[in-house]
Unconditional design. Structure first.
Length: 76
């Protein structure tokens, strides 16, 4: 289950508070203190291929899309 999937089911459990609490307890993603799952792209939310240098907080795919607008130049 990905980090955003568990929230889609919550609308169905709104009328059953006991099952709702149990579902949240067992299916919510764990809070990370370190590792690859802690850093996310600020634009799309990907966990992997994260560029942290210069405090960009972007994945490499998003960086390619907006690098020219930020001020980076492509050298051949």
């Amino acid at each position: 289950m990905t980090t955003s999937d568990y929230r889609k089911i919550l609308a169905q459990l709104a009328s059953k508070p006991a099952k709702y609490k149990k579902f949240i307890k067992h299916n919510a993603p764990k809070k990370r203190s370190c590792g690859i799952g802690r850093k996310k792209c600020s634009r799309c939310g990907r966990n992997r291929a994260h560029i942290d240098k210069y405090n960009l907080d972007l994945c490499r795919q998003c960086f390619r899309d907006i690098a020219i607008h930020i001020g980076f130049k492509k050298f051949n």
